[in-house]
Design a protein around this ligand. Structure first.
Ligand code: GDP
Length: 461
């Protein structure tokens, strides 16, 4: 694209933004929450699945005013493109597989055509167009926001309190020994890199252990374009090592400050503050499967993520970055892992984890909603006879054995269960492989139409 095309592209975007014809939708969630599946499904529903039978609660489709969506001819130049076609090909294989999760961030732009339902435009124009940018970024990066309010010492204290929890202690032991044996007067490059490598390995071990969510700093785990940058040489020393001022403590303190100034703040300033709408995906069921400590930690991580959407007039976020997100959807993902009558409990559980009754309320300035959904439903609901009684069940392809299974996955607690429940009951919600699709079939989903209506309905009137 020449500089002239680029300039024209930018000015068209600005014009559309000014005319309210442009929406930037952020999609986030912690690793494995379902971002890749959600965006793949969202794009497919908007470009190919736009029938009233498939999206009955998406007003513009239901009213017959949706004229279709397509991938925009011009995509963002500075952000990796979300690999929609590649992901779709995994789902359309003869033996479908889940597409690989994206790391770092990516974007895909769509042009949505519709007939305006009201106002002057409905009389004057044959169609209107909305530009939709979908921006995928790791929820881990939002976990860095609280770092702006902690100094290096406080961050070290926070980290080591966390690493003392039962589900983390054993993994953290080796790194702790390494720190205890570390010469604090040595702030050489090789020492810093060795410590960083060890800490990064620990973060990776944490993140591949079911039920650990709070892994900071986010960019050490998911560096995106910053891989190898010196300020990512950052580890939490043991709080007692900070009692004295040493070469290593001062080096790490300065890297911590650079990380906040050159990584966290620019992310919020340049990217987060450009978003208009946001989806936060939460995999509540895997946390329940992983037990009490995991569920508690998920709730703690969500509280921190929520801070990014708290724009009260006195909030740090508002003072620093002036965010403009007007709607936030908190979605309990993979609702197809439980039977339909459990969806309400799943939504309540999500609200309980967020410690916010979100339904139809205004959380500070952004309007929020919570719902249970499946971007790509991989199960079918049926009934089995048990002692003469009809019992609801799910059937799907078990992701571990590859065999077809039918089961009742169990009740979802509507509140975070206490430790005694976890001690006496092991949650074991299943996971399924995607179902085979007929050629040109819609992607089966649960409540993606509700999500679309909440996120875009008002922009397509
Ligand atoms: P990301 O790391 O947030 O991008 O997560 P992905 O979208 O890659 O999802 C991680 C895994 O969760 C997938 O590989 C699937 O196994 C599962 N998953 C995600 N969305 C759904 C869904 O809607 N239904 C089901 N059954 N599984 C899902």
């Amino acid at each position: 694209m020449s500089w002239l095309d680029k300039l024209q592209h930018q000015s068209r975007q600005l014009r559309h933004r000014a005319l309210d014809r442009h929406v930037r939708l952020g999609v986030t969630g912690l690793s494995g929450a379902g971002k890749t599946a959600f965006i793949t499904s969202l794009v497919h529903q908007l470009t190919q699945g736009d029938s009233p039978q498939n999206l009955p609660f998406f007003g513009v489709v239901q009213q017959g005013r949706y004229l279709g969506g397509r991938l925009a001819a011009e995509q963002a130049l500075t952000i990796p493109r979300f690999p929609f076609e590649h992901n779709l090909s995994f789902l359309q294989q003869q033996q479908p597989q889940w597409p690989p999760s994206t790391t770092g961030w990516s974007q895909l732009s769509l042009a949505l055509r519709y007939k305006a339902g009201q106002g002057l435009r409905s009389h004057l124009q044959s169609y209107s167009e909305l530009e939709l940018d979908i921006v995928d970024y790791p929820g881990e990066w939002l976990l860095d926001l609280p770092l702006l309010q902690l100094d290096y010492q406080q961050w070290c204290e926070f980290s080591w309190q966390l690493f003392a929890k039962p589900h983390r202690q054993a993994l953290a032991a080796e790194f702790k020994h390494l720190l205890v044996d570390t010469d604090l007067t040595d702030a050489s490059e090789s020492q810093l890199q060795a410590l960083t490598d060890a800490y990064k390995k620990l973060l990776q071990q944490f993140s591949s252990t079911a039920g650990t969510y709070l892994n900071q700093p986010g960019r050490l785990l998911v560096p995106g374009e910053l891989a190898g940058a010196p300020m990512l040489q950052l580890v939490p020393l043991l709080p007692e090592q900070l009692a004295e001022h040493t070469a290593l403590t001062s080096k790490l303190t300065s890297h911590y400050q650079s990380y906040r100034d050159y990584v966290v703040k620019p992310f919020y300033k340049q990217h987060f503050s450009q978003l208009d709408r946001q989806v936060v995906l939460v995999d509540c069921l895997s946390a329940l499967n992983a037990g009490a400590a995991a569920t508690e930690e998920l709730s703690q991580a969500l509280q921190l993520i929520m801070q990014s959407f708290n724009y009260g007039p006195s909030s740090l976020l508002r003072r620093l970055f002036k965010p403009q997100i007007s709607k936030v959807l908190f979605a309990a993902s993979k609702a197809d892992h439980v039977t339909p009558e459990q969806h309400q409990a799943l939504t309540l559980l999500l609200q309980n984890l967020l410690r916010q009754p979100l339904k139809q309320t205004t959380y500070q300035l952004a309007k929020t909603e919570a719902m249970a959904l499946a971007a790509l439903s991989a199960s079918q609901t049926g009934y089995i006879e048990q002692s003469g009684q009809k019992q609801v069940c799910l059937s799907g392809i078990d992701s571990e054995s590859g065999n077809k299974i039918s089961l009742f996955p169990g009740d979802v607690p509507a509140e975070v269960p206490d430790d005694t429940v976890f001690a006496s009951h092991k949650f074991s919600f299943p996971s399924f492989l995607p179902l085979s699709l007929a050629a040109n079939a819609n992607l089966p989903h649960i409540r993606m139409d509700h999500a679309l209506q909440f996120l875009l309905g008002d922009k397509l009137r």
